[in-house]
Design a protein around this ligand. Structure first.
Ligand code: CP
Ligand code: NVA
Length: 308
């Protein structure tokens, strides 16, 4: 039966751990002698309803490094759900490509694609979540610290799609997670209670706070993202007034440990959610993190599209 990757919770803890190890070995192999053509003859159709640098190029390059190919499909070409129904697009596309990766506004659209597609569908970001980002992020944390045990991740800012998938990944993999966000910008209560149950099972804690200073004190990783996500542009003025206390700057970082690392999914809005001195400073993992999208996604692709 075909599988999809629409949310971190689609995969068990064991499966995610296996994928982390696979990502690590594919990264080593790539830098040693190049990857084996595990996806020879496979093509990933990439549907983008929003802009992208990292997701688009890293998926494209991941397919090429593994002997396959990728096809970029712009919103104006297929008009997902506008020119043609999502169900029809999914059924037609599945006859041409080996897998579909889609970046959409409404999460239901990627779910609908997966429902009708006979080939695997990967969620390349929706308004609800960003599982490929979170998987690459836990990979970066695992690689940097050499373990995921006894680590504290503090997310400072908007409880958005990136925060939600990071919460899912931490809760499932046993990493302590704290979020500091302003009122009304919390992670959805239903998601939070599911994650609480998951974190109890996996022996870690999750906390929701308002004060960023309180969140970062014990943090091994301080994570932030844009205050205004794609599709929320008309709220940006309101958000720019509300979010400045949640800026990740050197004053905030000094409250954490000297070994604390800073992460951001990018694109960064320097001077807003993160300052230059932090983004470019010695505690920044930002570019390693961006490059790891390539290696982490290779593991996701080999797992979904490779020969069993
Ligand atoms: N982090 C991330 O998904 O970046 P892009 O929007 O450039 O793909
Ligand atoms: N939260 C951001 C992430 C971009 C990769 C957005 O959805 O725009």
């Amino acid at each position: 039966m075909k599988r999809d990757f629409l949310a971190i919770n689609d995969y068990t803890k064991t499966h995610l751990e296996e994928l982390l190890n696979l990502a690590l070995s594919l990264k080593k192999e790539y830098f040693a002698q190049g990857n084996l053509p595990l996806l020879k003859g496979k093509v990933l159709g990439m549907v983008f309803n929003k802009p992208s640098l990292r997701t688009r190029i890293s998926f494209d390059m991941a397919m090429r490094h593994l002997g396959g190919d990728a096809l970029f499909i712009s919103p104006s070409e297929i008009g997902l759900g506008k020119r043609e129904s999502i169900a029809d697009v999914a059924r037609v596309l599945a006859g041409y490509v080996s897998g579909i990766m889609a970046r959409v506004f409404e999460h239901e659209h990627v779910v609908e694609l997966a429902r009708w597609s006979s080939v695997p569908v990967i969620n390349g970001l929706s308004d609800y979540n960003h599982p490929c980002q979170a998987f690459a992020d836990v990979f970066t944390i695992f690689e940097h610290f050499g373990t995921l045990d006894d680590l504290n991740v503090a997310y400072v800012g908007d409880g958005n799609n990136v925060a939600l998938s990071l919460l899912h990944a931490c809760a499932r993999l046993g990493v302590n997670f704290t979020i500091a966000s302003p009122e009304e910008y919390d992670i959805k209560p239903s998601t939070w209670s599911e994650a609480e149950e998951e974190s109890r099972k996996n022996g870690c804690s999750i906390k929701q706070l308002r004060i960023p200073q309180d969140a970062v004190v014990d943090a091994d990783v301080v994570y932030t993202d844009t205050w205004t996500s794609m599709g929320q542009e008309e709220e940006s003025k309101k958000r720019e007034k509300l979010f400045p206390p949640y800026q990740v700057n050197s004053t905030l970082l000094k409250l954490a440990k000297p070994t604390t690392m800073v992460m951001h999914c990018l694109p960064a809005h320097r001077g807003q959610e993160i300052t230059n001195e932090v983004a470019d400073g010695p505690q920044s993992l930002l570019f390693i993190q961006a490059h790891n999208r390539l290696h982490a996604q290779k593991a996701i692709l080999v797992d979904l599209l490779g020969e069993k």
